[in-house]
Design a protein around this ligand. Structure first.
Ligand code: ZN
Length: 428
């Protein structure tokens, strides 16, 4: 154990209700949390799905008033966050129910924060972009109901957005942002297009793999105050539990869930994997593949992803997945036992493998999964060339909160190498 490093970890668990039909509990649970007038936050697409009516009916049946906000942007921005907070203030709500993907849940978190503690946006935003001030007190209750099997936002204290004036994707991280409860109803994934399940499923797998290979909590500085331990406290025995099971489930079910929309078992198991991986990374923290993904998604030129709304867009899970093999290849030597164990959970034969094989074995398994579910063959397949590498590095360096979670130091030269090696993975 290194001098000055932490010796304890905190289990910050959410209350999770998981299972088919669980959405019908939304009303009783909201009333149980003391809500009387609820902001029901969703987006225009989810509003047309049966799940929306089901939740709205459940809230009404519990005697709650509802104010619907369905103007969530696909990629939230500071402007859309402020719009949602203004809505919540004007509507005089005392609680939030969010129904949708990560963007919807993140918008509800931000609306809750800025409606409860009005302040300039930068006040709570992660450093170095923002001032990273602590949130002064508890927020209004929030029940998050995910309709995609990916982000895990329903169980994390993180909200991500595009800061338009800064041309940067950044976020706010605090245990106070964590939804009070999550209701995870796997029926919602039945309507997702295969390519969406593929991208969000790789996000799940990368949450688990990155949290599992992150710097250990015993290698991080001890918190300055007893309650000052960061949300991303490094790999720890609690996050390890969720990571291992999420990796195992992704190996067993991800390809099935993508290729056969009728495979209910596979889709439901991926929803559970997403929940577990969300709990894990919400406690441990992800590292380089996610840090690099901000630049990959943010600098998109004309790539359009099948299954997603038109316009240039690299879905979050895809932006993460294209970096992952290069990162594991390079970092395997720094946490070799964990890379080997993860590779084995993904189906690699690790008998006789040495420390030097660890990164390569895990990278190969991730590439195999990516190919099986139709993800792009590296950064080149989404429109980047070696001429973009310096720009991608510049876009990644501000993500110090994530880079600090990596099992080794990551500087500009290291990132340049990672992006160069992430251009192409296999011969088409
Ligand atoms: Zn992610």
């Amino acid at each position: 154990m290194a001098a000055g490093c932490d010796t304890a970890f905190t289990v910050d668990a959410s209350r999770v209700t998981f299972g088919r039909g669980a959405l019908a509990e939304a009303g009783d649970r909201a009333r149980g949390l003391g809500m009387q007038r609820v902001a029901l936050v969703t987006d225009a697409r989810v509003r047309t799905l049966p799940w929306f009516d089901e939740v709205a009916r459940s809230l009404a049946a519990a005697g709650l008033e509802i104010a619907v906000f369905d103007a969530v942007a696909i990629e939230p921005t500071d402007v859309s966050f402020e719009e949602a907070a203004r809505f919540a203030r004007d509507a005089g709500v005392d609680g939030y129910v969010s129904l949708g993907g990560g963007s919807v849940i993140d918008t509800a978190k931000a609306a809750n924060l800025f409606a409860t503690y009005p302040a300039p946006l930068r006040t709570y935003v992660n450093a170095p972009a923002g001032d990273a001030q602590p949130i002064p007190g508890p927020l209004a209750p929030h029940i998050a109901c995910p309709t995609t099997s990916g982000t895990g936002s329903e169980v994390t204290g993180i909200t991500i957005f595009d800061w338009l004036a800064m041309h940067a994707k950044t976020g706010i991280a605090s245990p106070r942002l964590r939804p009070t409860e999550a209701i995870v109803d796997p029926r919602t994934t039945a309507t997702l297009p295969g390519p969406v399940v593929a991208a969000s499923g790789m996000d799940v797998l990368c949450h688990a793999l990155e949290s599992y290979t992150a710097r250990s909590f015993t290698q991080r500085a001890a918190p300055a105050s007893p309650t000052g331990r960061p949300l991303s406290q490094g790999a720890n025995p609690w996050s390890d539990l969720g990571c291992r099971e999420a990796i195992r489930l992704a190996a067993a079910y991800l390809a099935r869930a993508v290729t056969d929309a009728g495979d209910i078992e596979a889709r439901e198991q991926m929803m559970w994997a997403a929940t577990l991986a969300g709990i894990a990374f919400g406690n441990a923290g992800v590292h380089a593949p996610h840090a690099m993904a901000y630049a990959v998604a943010g600098r998109v030129r004309d790539f359009a992803a099948t299954g997603y709304p038109g316009g240039p867009l690299v879905p979050h899970g895809m932006a993460v997945a294209v970096n992952a093999p290069a990162v594991f290849r390079a970092f395997g030597q720094f946490a070799s036992a964990r890379h080997l164990e993860a590779a084995a959970l993904l189906g690699a034969d690790t008998r006789g493998a040495t420390v030097g094989d660890a990164g390569e074995l895990l990278a190969r398994q991730v590439i195999e999964v990516s190919r099986a579910i139709g993800l792009p063959n590296g950064l080149a397949a989404i429109g980047y060339t070696e001429h973009d590498v310096d720009d991608l590095v510049a876009g990644t360096l501000p993500q110090q909160r994530l880079l600090a979670n990596a099992p080794c130091e990551v500087d500009a030269d290291g990132l340049r190498d990672l992006f160069s090696r992430a251009l192409t993975y296999w011969a088409d």
